[in-house]
Design a protein around this ligand. Sequence first.
Ligand SMILES: O=P(O)(O)OC[C@H]1O[C@](O)(CO)[C@@H](O)[C@@H]1O
Ligand SMILES: [Fe+2]
Length: 167
Amino acid sequence: MSGVYRDDAAWRAAVAERGADELVYWVDDHRYQEGPGALIVGTSTLLPGRIGDEFAVTRGHLHAVADRAELYHCLSGRGVMLLETLDGQSAAIELTPGKAVNVPGHWIHRSVNVGDEPFVTLFCYAADAGQDYAVISDAGGMQNLVVADGDGWTLTANPDHTGYPRP
Ligand SMILES: O=P(O)(O)OC[C@H]1O[C@](O)(CO)[C@@H](O)[C@@H]1O
Ligand SMILES: [Fe+2]
């Protein structure tokens, strides 16, 4: 997760306090089929926390086969699915238990835990999708950050974001 959060000093302090090997999120997935049309189904568990003003996030990615969609259904906790496209569209969908979000193909996606319990989602996506992480790191991070705002959350523009490559 090095380099994922904007406040690098806060990130280093958290690593020093908790230890570099401490898990902040994990994914259990099930690949029960091979070949065209196969799905991956699993759960993602993202622990609560903050690094500076930013809530705990997953690394985030675009699918390597960019047109592959993904469905997330919230099982517990309170989170946000942060969504962006290469041409600058952005959305943030709050997820609470029982709510679902369809991440269409061509949308960069990152889970954010804005609550104080583990944020657990059930996900399903095409087995051939893959993950492209460089699209975010090469752009200086995502366009928006999910930060604390009183008892809630808000979006703020990431000053380090240099723009995505055009599709
Ligand atoms: O790959 P990241 O950005 O760490 O996020 C993990 C999430 O994305 C997925 O890889 C699916 O694209 C899931 O397995 C999981 O919920
Ligand atoms: Fe994904």
